[in-house]
Design a protein. Structure first.
Length: 133
């Protein structure tokens, strides 16, 4: 029988630590300070409510946004953003922030902010339509 390897020791340690943490959280009779009969609150609904429509001129570019029926690879209700009439592909992240195809690595709090960030990034260039698969 081979001796104990470092990999086995680390795996066993991680399993023990995870098990101890789980038992500490779920130990029977533990007083967590919560009323077990009370409903558990979920994420704030306002954080994921559909944003309001907007239509404005930002730095000489017309930006618009509105809730839309899902199209392309999205299902259900989505949100459409336009820069000078060309659709800017936007996506909502799991944390409620928004990104666009133009400013993909800079999440912002609203679709309006995503449109403004795209205008800033475009620096006067025209937005080219992005084909949704």
């Amino acid at each position: 029988m081979p001796g104990l390897t470092r990999r086995h020791a680390l795996t066993a340690t991680a399993a023990l630590a995870a098990g101890a943490g789980t038992q500490a959280v779920t130990a029977p009779g533990a007083d967590t300070g919560h009323d077990h009969d009370a409903p558990v609150p979920h994420a704030a609904p306002a954080a994921f409510a559909s944003p309001a429509s907007f239509d404005e001129v930002y730095k000489g570019r017309r930006i618009q946004g509105r809730p839309s029926a899902g199209g392309g690879h999205h299902h259900g209700v989505g949100y459409a953003v336009f820069v000078d009439g060309v659709e800017l592909h936007v996506m909502r992240n799991a944390d409620g922030s928004w990104i666009s195809v133009v400013s993909h690595y800079d999440p912002v709090p609203t679709p309006r902010a995503a449109a403004r960030a795209a205008v800033d990034e475009l620096q006067g260039a025209a937005l080219v339509p992005f084909p949704a698969n």
